[in-house]
Design a protein around this ligand. Structure first.
Ligand SMILES: [Zn+2]
Length: 62
């Protein structure tokens, strides 16, 4: 026996399998310093803060 699928997967079955493949909403947490929303486990893109120190130098406007 060769390791091949016995039958063609129908369009309906294939599409039902892929029904779970869509991208969900992006999770956001609040930056503890500037209180804007950022993605978790990332340096804050607005103030450059992460885990107690400034990682990026951000030029402040306004
Ligand atoms: Zn921030």
């Amino acid at each position: 026996m060769t390791p091949l699928p016995k039958r063609k997967v129908s369009k309906g079955r294939r599409n039902r399998r892929r029904a779970h493949h869509g991208l969900g909403p992006v999770h956001l947490v609040e930056c503890p310093r500037c209180h804007r929303k950022r993605r978790p486990h990332t340096v804050c893109p607005y103030c450059g803060y992460y885990k107690g120190e400034d990682i990026l130098l951000i030029e402040e406007e306004e």
